[in-house]
Design a protein around this ligand. Structure first.
Ligand SMILES: [Zn+2]
Length: 448
């Protein structure tokens, strides 16, 4: 009965419609999902239509969230994806919210699916409770599944073509900075507008990718491994001593960003000047992101080509902890930290999919592993150290250690220990998994 009260009616009617994450898309074993992002310039008409679409997505997301939270709080009724979809049909019939009809319904459903995934992550303990989306605060996104857009490949320039979104009459003016693989049809599009006001379309395509031949340490059957430490002093340090610094460009941006943020805090809330500064900050963030992504892309490609096993540290939780007590820290330090964390997230993301594509293994070492304090030469524990200490001598064996190189070497050793643990449990002929997480090692071993 309560379901009728909530306007979500009969559950059975929609029982076949379950929210499946995109991962579950059927695809052949040797194909991979790849994302290509392109900038586009909408006409005024298109921009207005997208504005309405973004707004409607946000509205539907918030309304779905309110429905799910409210149903649980007041009636202890669990509302799922199917019911929110049913509610959406109701909202569209409602005169007050009839404007929802101006937006493609599959796009609105994707917004509810996105909400459902948020709840899924929350129930698994992986994320916080979904939050309302606010205009100008959250990034504007609209997802178009296969039925929500038209694609016509350009025969003269394979891999490029015309994309026409649902409820729009003209194709988008896309800058094809590179071509998609010839002959593919995008599976899904996501259209976004970042806070700097730039429009992007990300096309998801299925591609065939051949794994690379395995690489071994020369003259043995030991897989070649590398430990990667993500730090503040250097962006990335490898266990062989290679250091990749933050490019000077990034440092300069970081300084400029700090200055702009100070300026922002001086401006009156809601004022036009504040909005101007906020726009500039958003543009700068976008630039920093582009520079870093591009740089990490080159690095991860090289690392994955040259190594069989790649080891990084799990930083995901320290980020959460830092957010909780962030207010007491100096802003500059916070900024550096933010850049490091963002780099780590991006590095991890790229390594993960590249390892999967090319038949490599990524090991994510537990965050409690003392990668900095342990001596990589004799494995004894050194003293606690301040972040400013860049080099130290091991009290046990006397080895002089560079802080970051030592950490990277420890990560490599620990990663290889885990790698062999998992490899030993695999039936003969089975590949080692693309990702081994120390925190999920037991599940990993059980599955093997
Ligand atoms: Zn030592």
């Amino acid at each position: 009965m309560k379901r009728e009260v909530l306007g979500i009616g009969d559950r059975r009617k929609h029982h076949t419609r379950t929210a499946t994450p995109l991962k579950g898309h059927s695809k052949a074993a040797d194909t991979r999902h790849c994302l290509y992002r392109f900038r586009f310039y909408p006409t005024r008409e298109q921009a207005e239509q997208l504005e309405r679409t973004f707004g409607a997505c946000r509205w539907v997301y918030n309304e779905g969230l309110a429905l799910r939270s409210g149903a649980w709080e007041t009636h202890r009724v669990k509302v799922g994806f199917a019911e929110t979809c049913r509610a959406l049909t109701g909202w569209k019939r409602n005169e007050e919210t009839a404007w929802l009809k101006e937006v493609s319904s599959t796009v609105l459903q994707q917004s509810l699916r996105h909400l459902d995934q948020g709840f899924g992550r929350f129930f698994k303990g992986l994320a916080k409770y979904p939050k309302r989306k606010k205009k100008g605060r959250s990034r504007d996104t609209a997802i178009y599944v296969r039925t929500g857009f038209k694609w016509a490949e350009d025969p003269a320039r394979p891999g490029t073509g015309l994309i026409t979104l649902a409820k729009q009459s003209r194709p988008l003016d896309v800058r094809w900075s590179r071509a998609l693989p010839a002959g593919v049809v995008p599976v899904r599009l996501s259209v976004t507008r970042d806070r700097a006001g730039r429009y992007f379309v990300s096309t998801l395509v299925e591609e065939r990718i051949a794994p690379l031949p395995e690489v071994f340490v020369s003259g043995s059957r030991e897989p070649k491994a590398v430990g990667v430490d993500v730090g503040l002093a250097s962006l990335v340090t490898l266990d062989d001593g290679t250091k990749l610094d933050h490019p000077r460009l990034l440092k300069r941006y970081a300084e400029k960003l700090a200055r702009l943020q100070r300026e922002l805090h001086k401006k009156v809330r809601g004022s036009r000047n504040r909005e101007k500064v906020r726009q500039r900050i958003a543009r700068l963030y976008a630039l920093i992101g582009d520079v870093r992504r591009d740089m990490l892309d080159k690095l991860t490609t090289r690392l994955v080509r040259e190594n069989q096993v790649l080891v990084v540290e799990d930083l995901s939780v320290t980020t959460l902890l830092r957010a909780a007590r962030g207010k007491n820290r100096r802003r500059k330090a916070k900024l550096n930290q933010a850049i490091r964390d963002a780099s780590w997230g991006e590095l991890l993301r790229q390594l993960r999919y590249k390892c999967e594509w090319y038949g490599r293994t990524l090991v994510v070492v537990d965050r409690f592993f003392p990668s900095t304090r342990r001596c990589s030469a004799c494995h004894s524990m050194g003293p606690r150290m301040d972040v400013s200490v860049r080099e130290w001598a091991c009290p046990a064996c006397g080895a002089v250690l560079d802080r970051d190189v030592n950490a990277a070497a420890n990560l490599r050793d620990e990663g290889m220990r885990l790698y062999w643990l998992v490899a030993a449990c695999l039936p003969p002929g089975r590949r080692t998994p693309a990702v081994i997480r120390a925190s999920e090692l037991e599940e990993c071993l059980a599955a093997a």
